[in-house]
Design a protein around this ligand. Structure first.
Ligand SMILES: NC(=O)C1=CN([C@@H]2O[C@H](COP(=O)(O)OP(=O)(O)OC[C@H]3O[C@@H](n4cnc5c(N)ncnc54)[C@H](O)[C@@H]3O)[C@@H](O)[C@H]2O)C=CC1
Ligand SMILES: O=C(O)C(=O)COP(=O)(O)O
Length: 529
C-alpha cells in the first residue's frame, strides 16, 4: 500500500482517483503545526499540498519514505526543491488548472480597485451611504501594463481588450507575432512603468523579478497609477509601495499575495487605497477541481511507476544515461545561465555545438542542462531537466544541436550561441584536464574564468587605465576581486574583462561602472546556482 498525506485543503472530488485506488491509503489532515507534520511525515510515501504547508528541508528529511510531493497549483516556492532533489524525491505541480480563475481574480481586483467597490461596500454594510468619497476611474482607453505574459498574463490581457484598454506587455519570451495575436504592444518594463495607468504582475518570483517594482521605479511612474499583484509577494516591494501610496504616486493597489503570508498585521492593510484578498487567485470550485484531478493523477502515476509530465525538479536521473557526461552537466547549466544573463531581447534560438572528444558521447542530457540554465533565469523552477525541451518549445525557442571533432585546440569544447531579437551571444566552456570546468570564450574573446559565484563582465575599449578604474571602484565599494581576466582580439580594439568577485556587486556600483568612459557594457552575473 502507498500511504499518501494531504496536508492542505484540496478538492476531495478531484482526489477521487486516489481515494478509490486500492493500492492507496489516503490520510487528509490539514492545518497541521510544524511539529505535528514532522512527527507523522515519516509514515508517508507521498505528500499533497497547496501553498500553506511549508515543505522545508526539515520536513523533507523527516519524510524517510517520501517518493513524491504533489503541489495542487503552480508556484512551488513553499517547497524546498533542492532538499527534495538531494533526497531523490520528485516534486510535481499542476500548472494549467488554475489559469482562468487567477486571471479572473486579477481582473476582479483591477475593476474593484478602479471603482472602490470593497471600500464602498464596507461603509454601506456599516450603515453609511457615502457617494462623494468613492469616485472611481474608467478602464476604457487606459493603458494597462502586463508584466509577465504567460498563461495567466495572456488571459488577463484578453479580458482587458474587451474593456477597450490599451495594453503594453513585457515577457522575455513574447514574440511580436504572439503580441499581435493578443492585441498587445511590446514594451520594456521601464516603458510600462512610465506609461501605464494600471500595472498587473504575472511572473514567478525569481532573483530577477524580486522587487522589480521598488522605490526608483515608483519615482518614474505616472501620478495616480494603480497596481495589481496576484502573482507572488515580493515582486512589488511592500515598503516602497506603502510610501508611494502615502506620497500620492500610487492611487490604488490590489494585492492577493504578500511578502509574508498570512499577511495579518501588514501595514499596507491600514491604507484605504489598498484592496486585498488572502491569496484567493486559485480559490474557485473549478480551479480546485482541475488542479486536484491533475495532481492526484500524476502522484498515482509516480507511485505506480508510470509516466508523468509536470515534474519541477531533477529527482530522477537515469545514471546510465549520463555517467560520462556527468562532469559536464554543471558547466553546461552555467553556460546557459551566463548566456541568459548577458543577453537582451527575446530568446529565439539556441545553438549548441559539442566539439572534440565530447562529440563521441550521447549529449542529450547535457543539452537539457544547457537549456535549463538558459531558460530558468526567467522561468525559475518551471523548467527542469525533464521538461527542458518542452519548455523551450512552449516558449518558441528553437534548439539546434551539432557535433564536430574540430575543437580549436581544446580536448573538448561546449559552445552555445543564443540568438535573441536584439543580438547574437556566444559562450564556450571546456573541462580542462587538471583544472576542471572553465569558461573559455565569451563573444569571440578568449577568457579563462571559473563558472562559479559572482562574475562581473565588462565589454570595454582596450586602452590604459580602465582596469585600474574598475579595481579602484570595486575596492571603494568593499568588493574583493578574486580572479581577473582580460580578453582582446587586437590591441587597442574592443576587449572583455571578467572579474570573479567575492560578493554580488550592488546595483548602484554597477551604474557607476557603466558610466566610466571606455566601458561599453557591464553585466553583473550570478553563477552561484
Ligand atoms: N494568486 C494565486 O492564487 C496564484 C498565483 N499564481 C502565480 O502567478 C504567476 C504566473 O503563473 P502562470 O501564468 O501560470 O505562469 P507562466 O509560467 O505561464 O507565466 C509566467 C511568465 O512570466 C514570465 N517572466 C519571467 N520573468 C519575467 C520578467 N522578469 N519580466 C516579465 N516576465 C517575466 C515568463 O517568461 C512566463 O511567460 C506564478 O508566480 C504563480 O505562482 C498562479 C496561480 C494562482
Ligand atoms: O498555484 C499557485 O501558484 C497559487 O498561488 C495558488 O495557491 P493555493 O493553491 O490557492 O494556495
Amino acid at each position: 500500500m502507498f500511504k499518501v498525506l494531504v496536508s492542505d485543503p484540496i478538492s476531495d472530488v478531484g482526489l477521487k482517483s486516489l481515494i478509490e485506488d486500492p493500492m492507496v491509503d489516503l490520510t487528509i489532515q490539514t492545518g497541521l503545526e510544524k511539529e505535528q507534520l514532522l512527527n507523522i511525515i515519516g509514515n508517508f510515501d507521498a505528500l499533497l499540498v497547496r501553498s500553506q504547508t511549508k515543505v522545508t528541508a526539515e520536513v523533507i528529511n523527516a519524510g524517510k519514505n517520501l517518493k513524491v510531493i504533489g503541489r495542487a497549483g503552480v508556484g512551488v516556492d513553499n517547497i524546498d526543491l533542492d532538499a527534495a532533489t538531494d533526497r531523490g524525491i520528485l516534486v510535481i505541480n499542476a500548472p494549467d488548472g488554475n489559469t482562468i480563475s487567477t486571471a479572473e481574480h486579477a481582473f476582479a481586483m483591477l475593476i474593484s480597485m478602479a471603482r472602490n467597490i470593497p471600500q464602498a461596500h464596507g461603509k454601506l454594510k456599516h450603515g453609511v451611504w457615502d457617494r462623494k468619497n468613492f469616485t472611481g476611474v474608467e478602464l476604457n482607453k487606459k493603458v494597462l501594463g502586463v508584466v509577465g505574459v504567460g498563461r495567466i498574463g495572456a488571459e488577463v490581457a484578453k479580458r482587458a481588450k474587451a474593456f477597450n484598454m490599451d495594453i503594453l506587455g513585457f515577457d522575455p519570451f513574447m514574440s511580436q507575432e504572439r503580441a499581435e495575436q493578443l492585441g498587445i504592444t511590446l514594451a520594456s518594463v521601464e516603458q510600462i512603468f512610465e506609461k501605464a495607468d494600471f500595472v498587473t504582475f504575472h511572473t514567478p518570483l525569481t532573483k530577477e523579478t524580486k522587487y522589480m517594482l521598488d522605490k526608483p521605479q515608483f519615482a518614474k511612474m505616472k501620478k495616480g497609477v494603480r497596481i495589481v499583484n496576484c502573482a507572488r509577494g515580493g515582486i512589488v516591494n511592500e515598503e516602497a509601495l506603502y510610501d508611494a501610496i502615502k506620497e500620492g504616486i500610487v492611487a490604488g493597489a490590489a494585492l492577493d499575495v504578500f511578502e509574508e503570508e498570512p499577511a495579518v498585521g501588514n501595514p499596507l492593510l491600514e491604507l484605504p487605497q489598498l484592496v486585498a484578498t488572502p491569496h484567493l487567485g486559485a480559490s474557485t470550485e473549478e480551479a480546485q477541481l482541475n488542479v486536484a484531478i491533475d495532481v492526484a493523477e500524476e502522484v498515482a502515476n509516480v507511485l505506480h511507476g508510470k509516466g508523468f509530465k509536470n515534474a519541477v525538479n531533477l529527482a530522477i536521473l537515469p545514471e546510465e544515461d549520463f555517467a560520462e557526461l556527468k562532469p559536464y552537466l554543471k558547466l553546461g547549466q552555467k553556460l546557459g545561465s551566463l548566456a541568459a544573463q548577458i543577453s537582451t531581447g527575446r530568446i529565439e534560438k539556441l545553438e549548441i555545438t559539442y566539439a572534440g572528444n565530447i562529440a563521441d558521447l550521447k549529449c542529450e542530457p547535457l543539452s537539457r542542462y544547457i537549456i535549463r540554465g538558459l531558460l530558468s533565469y526567467h522561468l525559475a523552477d518551471d523548467v527542469n531537466y525533464i521538461n527542458a525541451y518542452k519548455a523551450a518549445k512552449s516558449k518558441h525557442v528553437e534548439i539546434v544541436e551539432s557535433k564536430t571533432h574540430t575543437s580549436k585546440g581544446f580536448a573538448n569544447l561546449v559552445s552555445i550561441s543564443v540568438k535573441t531579437a536584439n543580438e547574437y551571444i556566444q559562450v564556450a566552456g571546456s573541462l580542462l584536464n587538471g583544472y576542471g570546468a572553465k569558461i573559455v570564450n565569451i563573444n569571440g574573446y578568449t577568457v579563462d574564468a571559473n563558472p562559479v559565484g559572482n562574475l562581473l563582465l565588462a565589454q570595454h575599449t582596450d586602452k590604459p587605465g580602465i582596469i585600474g578604474i574598475v579595481g579602484t571602484m570595486l575596492g571603494e565599494a568593499d568588493i574583493n576581486i578574486a580572479t581577473m581576466q582580460v580578453g582582446r582580439k587586437v590591441a587597442g580594439g574592443d576587449a572583455v574583462m571578467v572579474l570573479g568577485v567575492d560578493k554580488r556587486i550592488p546595483e548602484d556600483v554597477v551604474k557607476k561602472l557603466e558610466a566610466v568612459s571606455g566601458i561599453n557594457s557591464i553585466f553583473n552575473v550570478d553563477l552561484q546556482n
